[in-house]
Write a protein that binds this ligand. Structure first.
Ligand code: RFL
Ligand code: PHB
Length: 393
């Protein structure tokens, strides 16, 4: 097999890149190691920045998003038994975010790619095994599909294979630097068939730990609890989960967390990670393959999207003008934005969680950070600007 851009990974990054390239007449093939049902079921992100919504609409994936997505104009910070709203439009010149699950984006992009006549091939259960000669003019992806090993020769390789993929490791160790921070806690994520108890997301700091109330639809709630690293979700009965959530969201006034059947639970470790540079020869990394943020800032999916927008622009520019200027600047352009998201995600995580070894001083200092956001329009605007997404440079 041969193509212009060989894309490893059929998550949001790989699927969106395929659409952007296809629309510009650039050939590509997507290799995804899992089957379609698995990829469409994997529960993850929920918050889309304005720029993410815009690009999905532009590439034809905006229909269901506009019908079923829930526009949100703010979030609530809850601490010390009180709630404080952060308004987005007033602080950002009218910007807001959209609640629409990553699973739904993935379903929409897969359907578009498979249903369109002449659309780029998307192979499920096609696991990339190695990238050969990534720094040559003719890189090759070796992959396993339908029980046998095959090769895909490309002009460029896009490594969109997530944090556990192979693309990042195809860059020689002496050419990269990695930056990492591990947090001493995880998130227990819960999906429940119950109407959300709030109209906007609630980020709560409580002395027993962080809790987040999000949603998937008017009938489905998505909730998260800070738990110790290494927690087994089976150690948490559904009753214990609801009790703990109710405690952490409790307000001085009248407010009740509605309960309902829990349909899924999972535990996610919290990590910050960046590999620099994001390019080696003709191999370009995008999304979780190159960087991870803890989910408290809701940035991971949005960063994956801006990486592939930047990559598609660079490849299109090269095709139209013959200039490799944007390709050469790819890593630098992406990393500027990546580090801003790393900073914001670290701040949100550190401010809202309780570390196991936290001192009384650190506790008061974090509450003071939240008081500052609650009482100062400038501090609140700083949070809002980052949350809705910094402009794409
Ligand atoms: P993905 O989604 O991991 O997709 C990578 C794909 O590559 C495939 N793959 C391979 N394919 C072929 N050959 C190989 N050798 C392969 N190895 C792997 C995998 O099967 C997979 O299909 O990476 P991508 O596309 O970069 O997308 C990144 C996002 O998924 C991620 O950043 C977000 O989910 C993070 N995230 C959030 N981001 C947000 O912007 N807003 C949020 O509200 C938000 N909430 C979250 C989150 C992530 C969470 N978890 C579970 C980590 C909440 C949670 C709980
Ligand atoms: C989600 O809805 O899954 C979600 C929302 C906001 C976050 C993280 C996850 O910060």
């Amino acid at each position: 097999m041969r193509t212009t851009v060989g894309i490893i990974g059929g998550g949001p990054a790989g699927l969106l890149l395929a659409r952007l390239l296809h629309r510009a007449g650039i050939g590509c093939v997507v290799l995804e190691s899992r089957d379609r049902a698995y990829v469409e079921r994997r529960q993850r992100a929920g918050i889309l920045e304005q720029g993410t919504v815009d690009v999905l609409r532009e590439c034809g994936a905006g229909g269901r998003l506009d019908r079923e997505g829930l526009p949100h104009q703010g979030i609530e910070l809850r601490f010390e038994g009180r709630g404080h709203r952060v308004d987005f439009p007033s602080a950002t010149g009218g910007k807001s975010v959209m609640v629409y699950a990553q699973t739904e984006i993935v379903k929409d992009l897969i359907a578009l790619q498979l249903e369109e006549p002449g659309g780029p091939p998307l192979l499920f259960e096609a696991e990339a095994l190695a990238i050969e000669k990534p720094d040559s003019a003719a890189p090759v992806i070796r992959f396993r599909h339908e029980g046998r090993e095959q090769t895909l020769s490309c002009d460029y390789v896009a490594g969109c294979d997530g944090f556990h993929g192979i693309a990042r490791r195809a860059i020689p160790a002496d050419r990269v630097r990695t930056f990492e921070h591990a947090y001493p806690y995880s998130w227990l994520g819960v999906l429940a068939d119950v109407a959300p108890s709030c109209e906007e997301l609630i980020y709560a700091r409580h002395r027993r730990g962080f809790a987040l109330h999000s949603m998937r639809s008017p009938h489905v709630s998505r909730l998260y609890l800070q738990v110790p690293g290494g927690t087994d979700p089976d150690d948490w009965s559904h009753e214990r989960i609801w009790d703990e959530l109710s405690t952490r969201f409790a307000l001085d006034g009248d407010w009740t967390l509605e309960r309902g059947p829990i349909t899924a639970t999972s535990v996610t470790p919290m990590r910050s990670f960046v590999q620099e540079p994001m390019r080696h020869g003709r191999l370009f990394l995008a999304g979780d393959a190159a960087h991870i943020v803890p989910p408290t800032g809701a940035k991971g999916l949005n960063l994956a999207v801006t990486d592939v927008i930047t990559m598609a622009r660079a490849l299109i520019h090269h095709q139209e003008t013959g200039s490799s200027e944007l390709l050469d600047g790819y890593s630098r352009t992406c990393l500027r934005r990546v580090w801003q998201a790393e900073r914001f995600s670290y701040f949100m995580t550190d401010t809202l969680h309780r570390r196991p070894d936290e001192t009384p001083f650190e506790d008061r200092e974090r509450i003071a950070r939240l008081e500052r956001i609650a009482s100062s329009p400038t501090a609140s605007a700083e949070l809002a600007e980052n949350y809705v997404g910094l402009p794409l440079s």
